[in-house]
Design a binder for this molecule. Structure first.
Ligand code: ADP
Length: 349
């Protein structure tokens, strides 16, 4: 996946270049700067001394010395001063200039810390948004693997309201699941084996219930709307995941590259899926495509089923995905921020 948000120590990463959130002297400092100089050894400082400093928003490149990476790209982030003194533009420039240098030096992989979000005081959620926007903008034009490295969990804070909304949604769904299961077990089907049933079974039962909804006895668990026509269902019967994906891409009027980039899925992986009609993607990859295609909940479930997966209400990952789909928010990076905040694996990874 071209942008990966990971939690790690940037000095440990084995990629072509790491980016240093340096100060204007380029002579080392605290935070990530200090950690990078310490791990690289004094030769790094010696090279930096020849560079004559660096302006805010600019970047300069050196060797990696004892670090596992080939290069260190030093960029100077803006100090936060309330947001009215061009901080955002300068921070964007840090990402742009660093990526430009990485490209010029043929880097295939580069890792960024969350620039300016430490001693320089840029609010972490805003710093993260700038980072994600700049990096994804760049990745629309270029092929590169970019890591955004979070040092500690608090660096990766989604807004409090979103966190609260998702928490409430998860709570609701857990309650819903248990309520439906008990009702289903007791009233609806008169059998005792509903727990642990396959999604296939759930789907067909729900489809049945959808048809019978108006005749039902006012039981309140029918929230789903029928959004698949019979024609749609028949068309899909024998399709593989790969075929379904390519059909959906065409139906949505997207190009392949628009789709896999939006899904944050690597081009090589997409080629594999494209050329192997029976390819089985991971669940996160399948969901990333559903998000990129902006499928509704039923369509998402259909696509997942092709790859042998289901969305269930008994794990947080699935519920968070459902939250975003039902809220019409298909921004894979925002979804990943939320997944990260809830300690779940990320999409496309
Ligand atoms: P700035 O002066 O640009 O704010 P800092 O080094 O103080 O730079 O902090 C930038 C970000 O780097 C902070 O979010 C901090 O938590 C993070 N950070 C500090 N050490 C490391 C490390 N070893 N690896 C990755 N990120 C780090």
């Amino acid at each position: 996946m071209p942008l990966q948000i990971i939690r790690n120590d940037i000095t440990k990463l084995n990629c072509d270049a790491i980016v240093n959130a340096a100060n204007a002297t380029l002579l080392g400092g605290g935070g990530v700067d200090g950690a990078i100089h310490k791990a690289a050894g004094k030769e790094l400082l010696q090279e930096c001394m020849k560079l004559g400093g660096c302006k805010t928003g600019q970047a300069k490149i050196t060797g990696g010395y004892r670090l596992p990476c080939r290069y260190v790209i030093h960029t100077v982030g803006p100090k936060w001063n309330g947001g009215q003194t061009g901080e955002r533009e300068l921070l964007e420039s840090c990402y742009r200039e660093s990526l430009r240098l990485a490209l010029e030096h043929d880097c295939q992989s580069v890792a960024f810390p969350l620039i300016s979000s430490g001693v320089y005081g840029y609010p972490k959620d805003r710093a993260l948004k700038v980072a994600v926007d700049c990096i994804t903008g760049f990745l629309f034009e270029h092929d590169m693997l970019v890591y955004l490295v979070m040092f500690d969990k608090s660096s990766f804070q989604i807004g409090e309201k979103l966190f609260a909304d998702i928490t409430a949604f998860i709570d609701d769904k857990y309650v819903d699941t248990h309520f439906v299961s008990r009702r289903t077990q007791r009233d609806e089907w008169g059998e005792s084996t509903v727990f642990g049933e396959s999604e296939q079974a759930t789907l067909s039962r729900e489809s049945f219930r959808e048809g019978a909804a108006t005749a039902s006895k006012g039981i309140s668990f029918q929230k789903r709307t029928v959004s698949r026509s019979l024609e749609d269902l028949l068309k899909q019967e024998d399709e593989s995941f790969s075929q379904a994906l390519l059909r959906k891409i065409d139906e949505k009027g997207m190009t392949d590259s628009e789709c896999y980039k939006k899904a944050n899925v690597d081009r090589k992986l997409f080629s594999k899926i494209r050329s192997d009609v029976h390819y089985h993607p991971s669940k996160t990859t399948a969901i990333a495509f559903a998000i990129a295609l902006e499928l509704n909940l039923d369509e998402t479930k259909d696509l997942l089923l092709k790859a042998g997966f289901a969305l269930s209400h008994s794990n947080k990952f699935d519920i968070i995905i459902e939250y975003f789909i039902t809220n019409g928010n298909y921004n894979v990076f925002e979804i990943n921020e939320a997944l990260f905040a809830f300690d779940q694996s990320l999409l496309g990874v």
